[in-house]
Design a protein around this ligand. Structure first.
Ligand code: MLT
Length: 242
């Protein structure tokens, strides 16, 4: 397994795709998608464009769908919910088909949707993703952060580091795809016992705190509270992997 870390979809190399792409948007898209599927949602379809989301979800009866939309951390008016994992309780999402569009996370998912395997990972479930990678051993793996509007974000890189630290042997150069893997592991090792503290420091954490979303930050910082993860079953559509 050769593992590379990319901080944003914009920083990935053009015209190439890994065998396995792990998309990370800890605050909050991949945490929300993972939570919704774990709580019984049938599927989650990701869109970078809200109008496309509205058109596609219109094909389903109201009672079997839910629309989740976020821009700048806030709920999009035309949607049922924003992007809070805490809104995705089993009472709300069970047996529903979800449609989601967020500022950055859904663009990352779109960038790698043609990879053979696409997984959405977060702090709440990265252990299950590590186990899957150890079992399936894809030849090339990208740990792809979502960042914020093209820029780096600490919370995605620390999650990439959590995954890489369990898979990469730093004395085996064949496993290290780029320098970013080494820096992600170093970041994780510095903050692994205080992820919530890191989320309070980082710029998107600050943005969410200004919107009084402290509880979202706390939830997103919980390591491995679920043992499932979202796996792409058709382009852009995620279902649960147990
Ligand atoms: C994103 O896609 O940028 C995020 O998930 C934003 C958020 O809702 O916190």
């Amino acid at each position: 397994m050769k593992i590379s870390v990319y901080h944003t979809p914009e920083s990935t190399p053009a015209n190439t795709i890994p065998e396995c792409a792990i998309v990370i948007d800890v605050l909050r898209a991949t945490t929300t998608i993972g939570t919704a599927l774990d709580n019984g949602a049938k599927s989650v379809q990701a869109f970078s464009d809200i109008d496309l989301l509205l058109a596609e979800s219109d094909k389903l009866p109201l009672e079997s769908r839910l629309r989740l939309g976020e821009r700048g951390g806030k709920k999009v008016d035309s949607c049922d919910l924003g992007n809070s994992p805490l809104d995705c309780s089993s009472e709300v999402v069970k047996d529903k088909q979800l449609f989601i569009s967020t500022t950055n996370g859904t663009r990352s998912l779109q960038r790698v949707q043609s990879a053979k395997t696409v997984i959405a990972a977060a702090i709440i479930n990265y252990g299950a993703v590590v186990n899957y990678l150890k079992e399936h051993k894809p030849a090339t793996v990208w740990l792809l952060g979502s960042g914020w509007e093209g820029g780096y974000s600490l919370e995605d890189t620390v999650c990439a580091g959590a995954i890489a630290s369990e898979l990469v042997n730093l004395s085996n150069l064949d496993e290290i795809g780029n320098d970013e893997v080494i820096s992600a592991i170093a970041l994780y090792r510095q903050w692994e016992d205080n992820l919530l503290g890191l989320f309070h420091l980082c710029s998107h954490g600050q943005r969410l705190l200004k919107l009084n979303l402290d509880d979202d930050l706390k939830y997103c910082a919980n390591k491995n509270i679920i043992s499932t993860f979202p796996l792409q079953s058709q382009k852009g559509i995620f279902t649960i992997h147990n």
